[in-house]
Design a protein around this ligand. Structure first.
Ligand code: AMP
Ligand code: ZN
Length: 114
């Protein structure tokens, strides 16, 4: 989508600090980190939100989890643990309408979230 911030990041029209990239998935440092490690993991394909995934996106969603698994190991937070967050829609606090997963680590996370 031409007016989507994260599509522009995928297409390198807007700079980002890459953490992981393959044919289907891109991950980059969040511009306003809320934890020592705060990485945004997205499909390169534009999907608006979790509400919009379809049957033929399920393999892609698995690839995202696989990327998160690799990044957590690479950042050495796999054994101490981390949090993966998807904000969906208005009540979920989604501000960018391209599905994304926050990988948060390096500190103890609170529960319940705000
Ligand atoms: P959400 O509120 O779940 O939609 O998350 C959007 C996230 O994207 C926020 O944590 C923002 O800090 C982050 N963000 C917005 N613009 C950029 C950017 N240009 N580069 C990296 N992260 C961004
Ligand atoms: Zn997009």
């Amino acid at each position: 989508m031409s007016d989507c911030l994260f599509c522009k990041i995928v297409n390198k029209e807007i700079p980002s600090e890459a953490v992981y990239e393959d044919e289907f998935v891109y991950a980059f440092h969040d511009i306003s980190p809320v934890a020592t490690i705060h990485i945004i993991v997205i499909p390169k394909k534009h999907i608006k939100s979790l509400n919009d995934i379809e049957e033929n996106d399920l393999l892609l969603m698995g690839k995202i989890l696989s990327a998160i698994n690799k990044i957590a190991k690479d950042k050495k937070i796999d054994s101490e643990g981390y949090r993966v967050v998807n904000n969906c829609g208005e009540n979920g606090g989604q501000t960018v309408d391209h599905i994304h997963f926050h990988l948060l680590g390096g500190r103890n996370m609170m529960w319940p979230p705000g």
